[in-house]
Ligand binder design. Sequence first.
Ligand SMILES: NC(=O)c1ccc[n+]([C@@H]2O[C@H](COP(=O)([O-])OP(=O)(O)OC[C@H]3O[C@@H](n4cnc5c(N)ncnc54)[C@H](O)[C@@H]3O)[C@@H](O)[C@H]2O)c1
Length: 265
Amino acid sequence: MSLNGKVAIVSGAAQGLGEAFARALSQQGAKVVAFDVQDKITDVAAKIEAETGNTVLGLVADVSKRKDVERVVVETVDTFGGLNILVNNAGTWKETPVDSSWEQALEDWDFIMDTNFKGLLMLSRACTPHLQATGDGDIINISTYYVLPAKSDGTNQPNTDLYNASKWALNGLTDAWSKYLAKDNIRVNGMCMGATDTPMLRGLWEDGEIPPELKDVVIQPEQIAQQMLDLMADGRTGENIGAWVGEPVVIPPRAPDNLRIAGVR
Ligand SMILES: NC(=O)c1ccc[n+]([C@@H]2O[C@H](COP(=O)([O-])OP(=O)(O)OC[C@H]3O[C@@H](n4cnc5c(N)ncnc54)[C@H](O)[C@@H]3O)[C@@H](O)[C@H]2O)c1
């Protein structure tokens, strides 16, 4: 798949899945704007650019802050003249037990939702006029395998209600946007991966090591990045694409209309 001449934005690209998405897009020839709250994004962007030979602009920005989001999009369009691809990857995670204090619950709501949901909404809204102007675009919303009920078999974690809710909430955006933006030739899909070897996943264990039973089967970020390229090449819209530990990471057959967002076994 050649992405020569295309322009992409990836949020949360300083490590893990976001870094893999930025690298994969750059390897295919796209000009990439990679942004993150962490300062190391500028080094990561420079490294990818050196590897691929294609321009990667690294910006420090917080997706939960409207001004930052608008700055990223303005800088993208000013630098590259347009926009074709948005990967809404930035996400955050923490335990939020349902019996914590009210104060804690509201603080956690802001922490999780401002990035995972409101940030994604703001970034997408800022990008949409530019994608519409281009007349050919992709929005990829990074979700999680919990939201594919037919397959997840009730694996929503009991102690992360807000993270779970933030990812379920994306379905409302993916579904509506895919239908509304079809007239502009903009495809909108969700990607719903299982355990993928990133700093977020490794943070689940005190020693930062993937346990032996998961080590050989954990999904690699590069596999999900390839799945994203395959999804864009496939051209479908309005669907959640799953990836499960221990199974091939592929694009499944097109789901029937009533199961596109819910997912199929
Ligand atoms: N790793 C997994 O197993 C897994 C599974 C399902 C879904 N996901 C989702 O994939 C996405 C990437 O996760 P990851 O595992 O690579 O996580 P990670 O924590 O390793 O990387 C996330 C990146 O996002 C950045 N980020 C966080 N908040 C931000 C903000 N407000 N503004 C800008 N950047 C911000 C972080 O600094 C970090 O660089 C997330 O949306 C996550 O929920 C991950």
